[in-house]
Design a protein around this ligand. Structure first.
Ligand code: PLP
Length: 429
C-alpha cells in the first residue's frame, strides 16, 4: 500500500497547521508514522488520496453510526442548504429537534443546541455552577469531556495519547477546582464528597468511557454515583457525547436506567455535522439565558443544515432492530478479535459495550485509568499499522474506542477479522 499523496499533503500541512492536523488525535503520534488523508467515504468504506480503501472503524470518532454519506442525511443537508445555510434566528426544525430529543431522552426536559461536544460540556458545567452556587467539579481520571478548560485535568483521548500533563494555558486556580476520582471507584467518590461535597457543583462522567479506550462501568457504579450525587446536592452530569444515540436511542442512561440532572450530547446526534446539545431538568435549564442569568450563546447554534442532518440521523435510528444489529456486529467483532489473538498467542483484553470496542494489549482486566495504562502501546502501534496495511482504519491510539456503524455488513466483518488474523500473527512472530 502506497501513501505518497498523503505524505506530500502532510508535509505541506505541517508548515501551516500545528502538527499538520486540526485536532490532535488525527495525527499518528500514538502509533508512529504519518496520518492518512482521505478523499471519500461511502457506507462502511473510506478511500484515501492515494486510492487505498479501508473498512472504517473510526466513523469520524463516533458520529457516523449510519456510515459515510448516508443518503437520507446527505439529502436532508442539501435540501436545507438550498434554503439558506444560517439565519441567526429561530427556525421550525430546531423546535422539532428539541421536542424529539426530549421525547427520546426523558431526563432531558429542556435542551439547548450548540455546535460541538466541548461547547455542550463547558456550558453544562457553567449551568451546574450557576444553579448550585458551588465552584468545584468532580471528573474521573482518563475521562475526556472536550477541550474546555475545566476538563484538561487527568483527561483522556489526545491528552493521554500525547502523554501531556495537564495543559499549559489552563490557570492553576481553575484547574484546582477540578477534583478527580478513579473510574469505577465509588469509595473514592464518597471520600471526596464527604470532605468537599458542599463545594462541588457537579460530577461529570462518561457513562461508558471511550476516551481511555472502552472502559465498562461495574454493575452498580453509575447508580451508586447518582445516589451519592443526590445525597450531597451535587448535580449528576452524564456526558453522552459518545454514548448518546449510540448505545441505545436514549443513550447510556436508557441502558443503565439512570436519570441524570444534565446530559450532554454531540457526535451521533448531529449526523456528521457540527452539532451538540445540553439539557436536563427544567428547573436547572431555566437558568440558561435569556430565561435565566447563566450566559451561553453561539452564532451558529441550531444551524439549520446541522439540525437537518441531526433530524435525519435520529429519525433513521428509530428503525426497529437498529441497536440489536449493532450489538450483533459488535459481538461478532469482539469474539473474532479474541479468537484471532488467542490463536496467535497474543494476550489481549477486549472491552466492548454495543458498538464501542477496544482491543487492549494486556492480559489483565482494564477497568480504570491505571489498568488501561498497563496496555502495551508499542504493540498496539504495530497492530494498528498492520491493520492499516490490510485495509482497516482503526483509531490511531490505544486509548480510543473503535466505533461500529450500521453500514458494516458480514463481508466487512470478515475483512476486518482476516486482517486481524494477519496482524496478530505478525505480532506473535
Ligand atoms: N465528551 C466526550 C465524551 C467526548 O468523547 C468528546 C470528544 O471526543 C467531547 C466531549 C468533545 O466533543 P467535541 O470534540 O465535539 O468538542
Amino acid at each position: 500500500m502506497k501513501h505518497a499523496q498523503s505524505q506530500a499533503l502532510f508535509a505541506r500541512a505541517q508548515a501551516r497547521i500545528p502538527g499538520g492536523v486540526n485536532s490532535p488525535v488525527r495525527a499518528f503520534r500514538g502509533v508512529g508514522g504519518d496520518p492518512v488523508f482521505f478523499k471519500e467515504g461511502s457506507g462502511a468504506w473510506l478511500t484515501d488520496v492515494d486510492g487505498n480503501r479501508y473498512v472504517d472503524l473510526v466513523g469520524s470518532w463516533g458520529p457516523l453510526i449510519l456510515g459515510h454519506a448516508y443518503p437520507p442525511i446527505v439529502e436532508a443537508i442539501v435540501e436545507a442548504a438550498r434554503r439558506g445555510t444560517t439565519f441567526g434566528a429561530p427556525v421550525a426544525a430546531e423546535v422539532e429537534f428539541a421536542e424529539l430529543l426530549c421525547a427520546t431522552v426523558p431526563s432531558v426536559e429542556k435542551v439547548r443546541l450548540v455546535s460541538s461536544g466541548t461547547e455542550a460540556t463547558v456550558a453544562a458545567v457553567r449551568v451546574a455552577r450557576g444553579f448550585t452556587g458551588r465552584d468545584s467539579i468532580l471528573k474521573f481520571e482518563g475521562c475526556f469531556h472536550g477541550a474546555g478548560d475545566p476538563f484538561l485535568v487527568k483527561a483522556g483521548s489526545g491528552v493521554e495519547t500525547l502523554g501531556l500533563p495537564d495543559s499549559p494555558g489552563v490557570p492553576s486556580a481553575l484547574a484546582s477546582l477540578t477534583l478527580t476520582a478513579p473510574f469505577n471507584d465509588l469509595e473514592a467518590v464518597e471520600r471526596i464528597f464527604n470532605e468537599k461535597g458542599k463545594d462541588i457543583a457537579c460530577a461529570i462522567i462518561e457513562p461508558v468511557v471511550g476516551n481511555m479506550g472502552v472502559l465498562v462501568p461495574r454493575p452498580g457504579f453509575l447508580e451508586g454515583l447518582q445516589k451519592l450525587c443526590q445525597k450531597h446536592g451535587v448535580l449528576f452530569v452524564l456526558d453522552e457525547v459518545m454514548t448518546g444515540f449510540r448505545l441505545a436511542r436514549g443513550g447510556a442512561q436508557e441502558l443503565y436506567g439512570l436519570k441524570p440532572d444534565l446530559t450532554t450530547l454531540a457526535k451521533v446526534v448531529g449526523g456528521g455535522m457540527p452539532l451538540g446539545a445540553y439539557g436536563g431538568r427544567r428547573d436547572i435549564m431555566s437558568k440558561v439565558a435569556p430565561e435565566g442569568p447563566v450566559y451561553q450563546s453561539g452564532t451558529l447554534s441550531g444551524n439549520p443544515v446541522a439540525v437537518a442532518a441531526g433530524l435525519a440521523c435520529v429519525k433513521a435510528l428509530a428503525a426497529p432492530g437498529t441497536y440489536a444489529r449493532l450489538e450483533q456486529l459488535g459481538l461478532l467483532l469482539e469474539e473474532g478479535f479474541r479468537a484471532e489473538a488467542k490463536a496467535a498467542g497474543v494476550p489481549v483484553t477486549v472491552n466492548r459495550v454495543g458498538s464501542m470496542i477496544t482491543v487492549f494489549f494486556t492480559s489483565e482486566p482494564v477497568f480504570d485509568y491505571a489498568s488501561a495504562k498497563k496496555a502495551d502501546t508499542a504493540k498496539f502501534g504495530r497492530f494498528f499499522h498492520a491493520m492499516l496495511q490490510e485495509g482497516v482504519y482503526l483509531p490511531p491510539s490505544q486509548f480510543e474506542a473503535a466505533f461500529i456503524s450500521l453500514a458494516i455488513g458480514e463481508p466487512e466483518v470478515a475483512h476486518v477479522l482476516a486482517a486481524a488474523r494477519k496482524a496478530f500473527r505478525a505480532l506473535g512472530d
